[in-house]
Design a protein around this ligand. Structure first.
Ligand code: SAM
Length: 266
């Protein structure tokens, strides 16, 4: 028997497929994050099945057990909303099934990231999903730097409290779309620049948010001093002067040694 990965609505309860409903109805067990929340969803569709609580704190322990169970019984996996595994539990269970030779059947369905990408009005040719951006530290700096330099559309799950800070961490002219409360009553898609969005949401924002960002708009350094300034920025982020000089020089096609000399001697 396969493990069935079943996406559920991200707001609007009509966004569930006939196949998802049939799969849930036929399941011997449904693994879910919050049994009360999934219980409400199932009650809405008049489905009564046994629920197993499977969340980030017990998934390591439960994944092999559930994978074993999926050999003989129909096990379905859902998360609180949207597609399991996508910034939600489930990866370990899918891995455990693959390793145990249990088939994994993935049903297509709602995900806030894909909905936001399409709604954003930003190019869809190359899209990069980053999940939740780290709150601070070097990993955040590196990702923000990547966004500034890479010509792709980036999709971020963003907490409403941190939206303003992330918008301010981007160059003001960066094209963005703030996709809020998708498929819900107060759905809003704000399209503009990061500067405009920061102003629009200056009073704060409520609800769930996906931030879509068109990357690659930061001006490349055009002269030697700007390359050295970029290297200085990398040092400030924690890189050694020699690595920072090598990186900035490579990015701008300059000589590593010259950038390094100026960096350490000025
Ligand atoms: N697995 C889910 C999916 O496939 O979209 C995502 C789960 S993640 C824990 C929750 C985040 O997804 C929220 O903080 C928000 O960034 C985004 N999100 C979920 N529903 C949303 C909605 N209706 N509108 C905007 N963003 C949403």
């Amino acid at each position: 028997m396969p493990l069935a990965v079943v996406p559920t609505p991200i707001g609007n309860l009509e966004d569930i497929t006939l196949r998802a409903l049939r799969t849930l109805r036929e399941a011997d067990a449904i693994a879910c994050e919050d049994t009360r929340r999934t219980g409400r969803l199932l009650a809405h569709y008049e489905i009564k099945r046994s629920l197993v609580s499977y969340h980030e704190h017990n998934e390591e322990r439960l994944a092999p057990e559930l994978a074993e169970r999926a050999r003989f019984e129909k096990v379905a996996l859902v998360s609180d909303a949207g597609t399991p595994l996508i910034s939600d539990p489930g990866y370990r269970l899918v891995r455990a099934c693959i390793e145990a030779g249990v088939e994994v059947e993935v049903l297509p369905g709602p995900s806030a990231a894909m909905t936001a990408l399409v709604a954003s009005g930003l190019p869809v040719d190359t899209a990069v999903f980053l999940g939740f951006l780290p709150r601070k530290g070097r990993e955040r700096t590196v990702l923000l730097d990547r966004i500034k330099r890479e010509a792709s559309t980036f999709l971020l799950y963003e907490s409403p409290h941190r939206l303003a800070k992330t918008l301010k961490d981007l160059p003001a002219e960066t094209p963005v779309a703030v996709c809020r409360e998708l498929t819900k009553l107060h759905e809003e898609v704000f399209r503009g620049t990061a500067g405009e969005a920061a102003e629009h949401f200056a009073e704060g924002v409520r609800g769930e948010v996906v931030l879509a960002i068109r990357g690659g708009t930061a001006a490349e350094p055009t002269n030697f001093e700007e390359v050295v300034a970029r290297a200085r920025g990398y040092v400030a982020d924690g890189e050694s002067p020699s690595r920072a000089a090598a990186r900035a020089a490579k990015e701008a096609g300059q000589k590593r040694g010259e950038v390094y000399d100026r960096l350490v001697n000025s």
